[in-house]
Ligand binder design. Structure first.
Ligand code: PMP
Length: 406
């Protein structure tokens, strides 16, 4: 399946690059799920929707009040073009210093329209067309299109499926002379795994040695969209603490469960050699990639947005409820340590069929095949309590039905 599918636009109507992207099988699949599950309107309320990490409850008053306050102009430049706004950068750097043991400064922060743009910016900052980018399966399903759109080559390695850790031997084997980046995502979507310190330490050693061997620097891109969504009082450790050649991508969309409000950043750690020299190139890309700075309103709100988050304990309670109830029914899973997600084994190997059997019961989850990892399904803990309780009989009936089949 390399050419455009019958539903793709006629090649003459779009660029070869756009047609190629549209024809990538995994992207076609993601795209069909986006069309099926995003913005469904009326029928969404009746469904038990565990698909995207979207809110299914009213936003907290404090979030709304913060945006309302930021909307009121305090000078005539309030809605002028915004770049890397000084106050927003200061606030982001201060919060990052509090979260990680790394002395980030305001000038290290490059503001973007969310995590998507931060990852795209990171890729284009360090990699040239044809360079290889390694990442671990199961992945966030939009790495592949972001990598392809940048003209880069995705290289996929399997995670250790017992621990959900990065498989360092597999990463080592995947490195070639063309390798330029490794994307790491902890806390991980979809597994909920937080990579332990020791693993990050060994990863740094591996990349240091491999960079020396191939004669050019391998960068880490640390996708930390969920670095504030951490359960059980755990302390999150970032790869930036161990490997100075790390570009950190962050999104406020998770911290406030407000993915439609596009704000995030790319941060370079102070230990990165020549980070000041990289600054003009990164700022240039922010413009040339289509003015990927967050909107004025969100930049003004950012210092206040740093002061709070969604109720992480509520997500933890939902995790506990689902882990206990599904576990009692016989589902196998490793409880997530953070993120919005629970990655559960399907009773049989066909996760597409199993997901459809849940959908017939009005319970919507994503099959593991969407994450290139059959035999699993992903539940989003952003579903509300009512959806969770209503879904339990359906989960029970689906596993019973699956077991009764020959
Ligand atoms: N990385 C991961 C692992 C994600 O799950 C997401 C969003 N689902 C993003 C990046 C992008 O975040 P945003 O939509 O806020 O840009």
């Amino acid at each position: 399946m390399n050419g455009p599918s019958p539903s793709s636009p006629h090649p003459a109507e779009v660029s070869a690059r756009a047609a190629r992207l549209a024809s990538v099988p995994s992207f076609q699949r993601v795209d069909s799920f986006i069309r099926r599950y995003l913005n469904r309107g009326e029928d969404q309320a009746a469904a038990c929707d565990f698909t995207f990490g979207n809110p299914h409850q009213m936003p907290p008053d404090r979030y709304v009040a913060t945006l309302q306050a930021a909307l009121v102009p305090r000078n005539d430049q309030w809605f002028a073009y915004q770049t890397n706004g000084g106050q927003a950068r200061e606030a982001a750097a201060l919060a990052l210093r509090g979260l990680l043991d790394v002395p980030f400064e305001a000038g290290d922060i490059y503001l973007t329209t969310g995590g998507f743009a931060a990852i795209a910016l990171a890729l284009k900052t360090v990699a040239d067309p044809g360079d290889e980018v390694i990442y671990s399966l199961p992945p966030w399903f939009l790495y592949e299109p972001l990598i392809l759109e940048a003209g880069l080559v995705p290289v996929k390695v399997k995670a250790d499926m017992d621990t959900f850790d990065l498989d360092l031997d597999a990463v080592g084997r995947a490195i070639t002379d063309r390798t330029r980046c490794v994307i790491v995502n902890s806390p991980n979507n979809p597994t909920g795994r937080i990579y332990p310190e020791d693993l990050l330490h060994r990863l740094a050693g591996l990349l240091e040695a491999a960079s020396a061997r191939i004669g050019r620097r391998i960068y880490l891109i640390s996708d930390e969209a969920y670095n504030r969504i951490v359960f059980d009082g755990q302390r999150f450790h970032s790869p930036v603490e161990f490997y100075p050649y790390t570009l950190l991508a962050y999104s406020y969309g998770k911290t406030h469960l407000s993915p439609g409000q596009r704000v995030g950043y790319l941060a370079l750690p102070p230990g990165m050699p020549n980070r000041d020299g990289m600054a003009p190139a990164i700022s240039g890309l922010q413009v040339a990639m289509g003015w990927i700075y967050p909107n004025a309103l969100l930049q003004h709100a950012l210092p206040d947005l740093e002061q709070f988050s969604i109720d992480v304990k509520q997500l933890e309670r939902r995790r506990d409820r689902l882990v206990e109830a599904l576990g009692a029914m016989g589902y196998g899973m490793r409880p997530p340590e953070g993120t919005f997600y629970l990655f559960v084994s399907t009773p049989g190997p066909d996760d597409d069929a199993f997901t459809e059997s849940l959908a017939r019961r009005n319970v919507f989850v994503f099959p593991g095949t969407l994450f290139e990892t059959p035999g699993f399904f992903r539940i989003s803990l952003t579903a509300n309590e009512d959806m969770i309780e209503r879904s339990l009989p359906a989960f029970e009936a689906a596993i019973k039905e699956s077991r009764s089949q020959p």
